[in-house]
Write a protein that binds this ligand. Structure first.
Ligand code: ASP
Ligand code: MG
Length: 443
């Protein structure tokens, strides 16, 4: 069971986990840092990088106070409280030493890891203090990897050894997000990586289910910030969930689906604040014949490369890819014709350099402020009808790129960001509320 930052956002919320976790069932509880903590620690790292030592120290002292206040509200027993305070003070003393030294990426990882380390200690110590028979597994003792690249075999070996050598409990607490790299330095699995930790652990230990508890009722069928009548999707295949997670449905980290998919373990997305809601079950690859959800990602840039040299030649697309590779810029959507390739990117840091190099391969055109709209569901049957109802409903809205692959789990298209809200609403009506809705008539 993984609980996100808002599920452990204050002392009361940590106590409330008692209503969700069954201490008699074999469970590993994976915790994120208290909400906002990783951002706060990242800010402090920024000050350290800029050499603002006294600001770092002030912020670190404030952060230590914040944890100490949480501890006051958690522990009734004075000894428990003192011991938690000592742990917090000890951790922050080390961090104050750390910010004095020349700053590096590794110092940042160390600093940021304290969010999960302290949150997890507080929760574990609280449950132990109320008499639960539980243990603690320190993520940096077993989770091995670096920035979205777990080392499964090292992690598995260390985790199994650690559990075999620790006292036997049904329930263990551990930190999400943090790990150690192969050089044995503290690192992490990347922002939002606690979900990833949970699915790695669940898959390595052969869990019956991996539960991800957040503050939402599951993955929604559309974006509630733009569309009013959204609802949680009850079932998703792994592939559908991967598509949706990528498209900004912040509830589940996109990388976290792979370990569960590989081992066939279901992921259940639940709401800590509404535990009776069914949530979303991510499982199997057997698709029901229905639309599941619509998602959008805006502020992307589309780049079109046009060249007659592409015709009947090989290796051209590869040359284009090499440019993106060189600048370590991931491609989101790609469409091709005989003489052109269109690509979208989200990270525009090296956009100018990329375009300069692409200009040598052909004529380029760039479109800023684009939105990727993704319809997820089963397009295996009545494909023509489904595509025609989607595009038919868009009326005069200009579509720049369309991507529809053989996976048949999603249809993706690109248009100007200004149409985002309108499209999400149109598709919500057309696909989920079964009212044909022509763009030009309704909006
Ligand atoms: N605390 C980390 C973050 O905010 C990891 C996580 O919450 O999943 O990115
Ligand atoms: Mg998260």
């Amino acid at each position: 069971m993984k609980f996100g930052g808002s599920s452990v956002g204050d002392a009361q919320r940590i106590k409330n986990l008692a209503g969700l976790v069954n201490p008699n069932e074999n469970t590993i509880v994976v915790l994120s840092a208290m909400s906002g903590m990783t951002d706060r620690l990242n800010d402090i790292s920024g000050y350290a990088r800029d050499g603002k030592y006294s600001l770092c120290v002030t912020r670190l002292i404030e952060t230590a106070e914040y944890f100490k206040n949480t501890a006051i509200n958690l522990f009734d027993d004075n000894d428990e409280l003192n011991s938690a305070w000592q742990f917090i003070t000890g951790s922050f003393d080390k961090l104050i030493d750390l910010v004095e030294k020349p700053w590096s990426q590794r110092s940042e990882y160390k600093l940021v890891s304290s969010g999960e380390l302290i949150t997890c200690q507080l929760a574990f110590r609280y449950f132990r203090s109320i008499g639960w028979d539980c243990g603690y597994l320190c993520a940096t003792d077993y989770m091995t990897g670096d920035q979205y690249e777990p080392d499964y075999s090292a992690t598995s070996k260390k985790l199994i050894e650690l559990m075999a050598n620790s006292e036997n409990h049904n329930l263990y607490f551990t930190e999400g997000f943090i790990c150690r790299n192969n050089e044995n330095e503290v690192s992490n699995l990347g922002r939002g990586g606690s979900d990833f930790s949970a699915t790695i652990i669940g898959s390595l230990l052969g869990a019956s289910v991996i539960e991800i508890w957040s503050d939402r009722d599951g993955l929604l069928n559309n974006d509630p910030r733009f569309v009013s009548n959204t609802f949680p999707v009850e079932n998703l295949t792994y592939r559908e969930a991967e598509e949706l997670a990528y498209f900004g449905a912040k509830i589940l980290h996109p990388n976290s689906i792979e370990p569960a998919k590989r081992t066939g373990i279901p992921i259940l997305l639940k709401n800590t604040f509404n535990p009776n809601a069914k949530g979303t079950l991510v499982y199997t690859d057997a698709m029901a014949d229905e639309y599941k959800a619509v998602a959008a990602k805006d502020w992307v840039t589309a780049i079109k490369v046009h060249s007659g040299r592409m015709m009947n030649s090989y290796g051209f697309v590869n040359k284009i890819f090499e440019v993106f590779d060189k600048y370590r810029t991931p491609i989101d959507v790609i469409t091709t014709s005989e003489v052109s390739v269109s690509i979208t990117i989200d990270n525009i840091r090296y956009k100018d350099e990329i375009i300069n190099e692409l200009n040598r391969l052909g004529q380029t055109e760039t479109f800023e402020n684009q939105v990727i709209i993704c319809v997820v569901g089963n397009f295996d049957t009545n494909t023509g009808e489904k595509l025609s109802s989607i595009f038919g409903s868009l009326g005069e809205i200009p579509v720049k790129m369309i991507s529809f692959g053989s996976s048949r789990t999603n249809l993706t298209f690109i248009t100007d960001s200004e149409y985002k809200s309108r499209i999400l609403n149109i598709l919500n009506q057309t696909l989920f509320h079964k009212k044909p809705c022509l763009a030009q008539n309704r909006f």
